[in-house]
Write a protein that binds this ligand. Structure first.
Ligand code: FES
Length: 168
């Protein structure tokens, strides 16, 4: 079957991509079904994922603490982050399993720190580290539009603003 872009929720399209030009980033043959790849343009690291629903492009930064998802595991539409075992649905943008460190989900609900089944829940020591974990929000993905042209994957990338002259 020919590779195709996957649909994504319209409200999750990345800022600055509505009128952005498409740029070739990879040969479609280099992203077989189930593959994850990072492509970089300037300081933008993009995750290309060939999910069960098609190809998506999003930031190669975990919505939790920015680990590169391109070295995670993809199963259908769900990618597992290599750092705290958070699992995220690349087709809907939503977390499927909160990271082991707990924190806030995209809607602001608190999820406690993970503890082994059958054991007492972990008690966090009071302090800034605990507070930071508690307040860290796991956000939804933002998507870059994708198209396949002549066997090449093209992604709409936001244009960097022109350099601003600074006068002193
Ligand atoms: S950085 Fe990905 S789950 Fe924490």
């Amino acid at each position: 079957m020919n590779p195709r872009p996957a649909p994504y929720p319209a409200e999750l399209q990345a800022l600055g991509t509505a009128d952005a030009p498409f740029e070739e980033v990879l040969r479609a043959g280099d992203l077989p079904a189930g593959a994850l790849r990072r492509v970089s343009r300037g300081d933008l690291d993009i995750l290309l994922a060939h999910t069960a629903a098609g190809i998506v492009a999003t930031d190669d930064r975990c919505p939790h603490m920015s680990a590169p998802l391109s070295i995670g595991e993809l199963d259908g539409c769900v990618v597992t982050c290599p750092l705290h075992d958070g699992r995220f649905d690349l087709c809907s943008g939503d977390p499927v399993q909160m990271p082991t460190t707990g924190g806030l989900d995209p809607d602001g609900r608190y999820h406690p720190t993970w503890s082994t089944a059958g054991r007492e829940p972990k008690v966090d020591q009071p302090g800034k580290k605990t507070e930071a974990r508690r307040l860290t929000r796991v956000r939804r993905f933002r998507y870059y539009p994708v198209r396949i042209v002549n066997g090449r994957i093209e992604v709409a990338l936001p244009q960097l603003p022109a350099a601003t002259a600074i006068s002193v």
